[in-house]
Structures are given as structure tokens and as C-alpha cells.
Design a protein around this ligand. Structure first.
Ligand code: NAP
Length: 245
């Protein structure tokens, strides 16, 4: 039987690249999305026709605890078991901390961090009794070192790193591995608010002198999810061209 993966925020960007990489590996794919239904549906059709995998789209706002629980339940029921959970969905915001409202802070933490708690908790309900499962979280290099004007984002991603380390210790005796990939600058829609000059500066600041592609992150995620990584847990794998070392 094929293994199954649920990827949150898989309609676009890094999540969509992860879906494609897992499909190449023969996984059944549950594609979570929020706003971009057309993108999610066309990705699903492509994965089915190109790779012969089974795929399903599930709309859920991972910023809401109840949606996370429903999302996991629906994916579990559809495929029988979620072998791999990729907590990828995320939002960013560039703002001075003094201009950031309490609601904006709460939403950032809700979507980027609490979602990882809620989805992981719901998935572990099925994983722990089976004594198997893998969780890969998407952090950010700004969660490692902090970014000016991205205090809420950086804090949410630092939280993802802390959660990854603590959870990995807690569930390791149940044979469940938990790791994170921490991307550098990756050219997706998340970067579209940055002007050309800033993007060129970010490229210059990257020791490899190139920006990341969603596939670069997807390959690292698939590695951590695979049996090749059977002895790796609690780790934060930085995929950033050397930006943060
Ligand atoms: P993106 O292109 O903006 O895509 C974001 C994805 O997340 C979309 O599929 C979106 O779904 C989904 N999403 C957003 N809010 C959601 C919610 N409340 N519920 C469910 N889905 C939601 O971003 P990306 O660059 O691929 O980022 C993916 C992850 O990588 C994020 O966690 C981000 O923080 C992290 N990351 C990105 C970079 C970078 O440079 N791009 C660097 C470091 C870390 P819809 O479009 O359907 O709403």
C-alpha cells in the first residue's frame, strides 16, 4: 500500500513543490489549502495524471483549531493513515512591532505556530497507537536569528523550532520522528512584496549567490520524511544557501 502525506498550505509555493516531490516518490497526497482552490485542484489533477498517485484537496484554515482537527480526520479517513505530516502553511508580514496590532500578532501565531501544535496533536492521536509516523515542520532562518520588522513572524518560527525539538523528545519512544526544515530566501508568492533591489540584496548576502527554489526545500523535506533519515529526529535542517550558519 502507498504511504500517505498531508501537507498544509500545499496549493502554492513550497507546499506545492513538496506535494510534487512526494508524488514522485509514490505517496498519496492530501493537499490542504485555504483561498486558492483552483490552484489546489489543478495540482491534484496533475499529480494524479503525471505520477498515478491518489490525491485529495481539503480546504481548512489551519489558524483555527477545529479546522486542524477536521483536516487531519478527513485525510486519515481518506487514506487510512497519515504516514507523514508536513506543517508548511504560513503567512508573513513586514511591519514595525509598534505598528503590529494584537489581532495581527494573534493571527500570525495562530497560522504559523498554533497550527503546528493543533495538526501535530491531532495526527499523533493516530500515529502513537500505530507506533509510526513522521512530522516535518517548516521553520525559517528568521526564526533562528530574528528579522527586523518581522518580529511576529520571527517569533512564530522560533516557536516552531522549539516545538520541533521538544515534541521530538516526547514522541521518539513511540517511534515517531519530528524534524524541521528552515528555509532561507525562497522565490515564492511570499516574496512578492519585496522590491527588486531588496531581492538583489538578499541574493548578494547569500554566500552561494543564488536564491532558493521551492524544490530545494521540498527535497530536504522528503529526505527527512524518508527511511534514509531513520536516525534523525529533533533536528533543524537549514536550507539557506549559507545565509545563516
Ligand atoms: P506562499 O507561496 O505564500 O504559500 C503559502 C501557502 O500557505 C499557500 O498554499 C496558502 O494557501 C497556505 N496558507 C496560508 N494561510 C493558510 C491558512 N490559514 N490555512 C491553510 N493554508 C494556509 O508561501 P511559501 O513561501 O510557499 O511558504 C511556505 C512556508 O515556508 C511558510 O511556512 C513560510 O513561512 C515558510 N518559509 C518561506 C520562505 C520563503 O522565502 N518563501 C522562507 C522561510 C520560510 P492558499 O493560497 O490556498 O490560501
Amino acid at each position: 500500500m502507498n504511504k500517505s502525506v498531508l501537507i498544509t498550505g500545499a496549493s502554492r509555493g513550497i507546499g506545492a513543490a513538496c506535494a510534487e516531490e512526494f508524488a514522485k516518490g509514490g505517496y498519496n497526497i492530501a493537499i490542504n489549502y485555504l483561498n486558492h482552490e483552483d490552484a489546489a485542484l489543478s495540482l491534484k489533477e496533475r499529480l494524479i495524471s503525471q505520477y498515478g498517485t491518489d490525491a485529495v484537496c481539503i480546504r481548512a484554515d489551519v489558524g483555527e483549531a477545529r479546522d486542524c482537527e477536521r483536516l487531519i480526520k478527513e485525510a486519515h479517513e481518506r487514506f487510512g493513515f497519515i504516514d507523514v505530516l508536513v506543517n508548511n502553511a504560513g503567512v508573513s508580514m513586514q511591519k514595525l512591532v509598534t505598528d503590529t496590532s494584537a489581532d495581527e500578532w494573534d493571527r500570525m501565531i495562530g497560522v504559523n505556530l498554533s497550527s503546528v501544535f493543533h495538526c501535530s496533536k491531532a495526527a499523533l492521536k493516530y500515529m502513537i497507537p500505530e507506533h509510526k509516523g513522521v512530522i516535518v515542520n517548516i521553520a525559517s532562518m528568521w526564526g533562528e536569528v530574528g528579522a527586523s520588522m518581522e518580529v511576529a513572524y520571527s517569533a512564530s518560527k522560533s516557536g516552531v523550532i522549539g516545538l520541533t525539538k521538544a515534541l521530538s523528545k516526547e514522541v521518539a519512544p513511540s517511534n515517531i520522528r519530528v524534524n524541521a526544515v528552515s528555509p532561507g530566501v525562497v522565490m515564492t508568492d511570499m516574496m512578492k512584496d519585496f522590491d527588486e533591489e531588496t531581492v538583489a540584496w538578499l541574493k548578494d548576502e547569500t554566500p552561494l549567490l543564488t536564491l532558493g527554489a521551492p524544490e530545494d526545500i521540498a527535497k530536504a523535506v522528503c529526505f527527512l520524511a524518508s527511511d534514509e533519515a531513520r536516525f534523525i529526529t529533533g533536528q533543524i535542517l537549514s536550507v539557506n544557501g549559507g545565509f545563516v550558519i
